[in-house]
Design a protein around this ligand. Structure first.
Ligand SMILES: N[C@@H](CCC(=O)N[C@@H](CS)C(=O)NCC(=O)O)C(=O)O
Length: 212
């Protein structure tokens, strides 16, 4: 049995949930006891972060480590392409999500918490730059485009958060066409559609309760 420590609104948890569901894995989803960072939770997961996975004797934090473990432990259906170049492009996409796109989105969180006050233009421009860069990264014949990969799982819910927050801040995102097309393609996967449908009302409530 897989134990999955997660929360309702964490986009890194959405990334892992999409992967678990796409692979058809059974898992027991739990909240971090005492909350993330608590002594109780750090006694289980030393980093104190979500998502985390427990599988038998193995305890893993970090969505990338979890994704790569699940791919090796449960290889069917495969979520990595064949060939060193395409596999590397998959990892590049995933790392770009975690180290570039999500941190740009994260700039908006304190603004939302402050009721819309702060450097809205700076944050929206930072996200727009990352989306343009993503479009360029994917415009490569070696970039995987056929089946859902580890590199894709973080994107759909992060994209929804971008729309939700940018709309609420009065600065709707102007999506680069390749990324808009990529979003449509991602939505062809049931695990993506299910996760988006569950998370959208949660993110809307979170934003609406702060930015009226
Ligand atoms: N790079 C990590 C990021 C995980 C992360 O930032 N998790 C947040 C929730 S979205 C968290 O646990 N924050 C609480 C804390 O850092 O104590 C991953 O991919 O798992």
């Amino acid at each position: 049995m897989l134990i999955f420590y997660a929360s309702d609104h964490s986009l890194y948890c959405s990334k892992t949930r999409i992967l678990l569901n796409h692979k058809g894995l059974d898992f027991d989803e739990r909240l971090a006891p005492g909350g993330t960072g608590s002594d109780a939770y750090r006694a289980i997961v030393p980093s104190g972060t979500i998502p985390a996975l427990v599988h038998g004797d193995l305890t893993l934090g970090d969505s990338e480590a979890i994704a790569e473990y699940l791919e090796e432990a449960f290889p069917d259906p495969p979520m990595m392409p064949t060939g060193a170049a395409a596999r590397a492009k998959t990892r590049e996409r995933s790392r770009f999500h975690d180290t570039r796109l999500e941190p740009a989105l994260r700039l908006t969180f304190p603004i939302v918490k402050a009721g819309g006050e702060g450097d809205v233009t700076g944050a929206v421009e930072a996200i727009a730059l990352r989306l343009q860069q993503l479009a360029a990264i994917m415009d490569d014949p070696l970039s995987p485009h056929t089946t859902l990969t580890l590199g894709d799982c973080g994107m759909p819910v992060t994209f929804d958060w971008i729309d939700c927050i940018c709309d609420a801040l009065g600065r709707p995102m102007d999506w680069p066409a390749p990324v808009a097309n990529y979003r449509t393609w991602l939505n062809g996967f049931e695990a993506v559609r299910t996760e988006r449908a569950v998370r959208q009302p949660i993110m809307r409530d979170w934003v609406a309760s702060r930015v009226g």
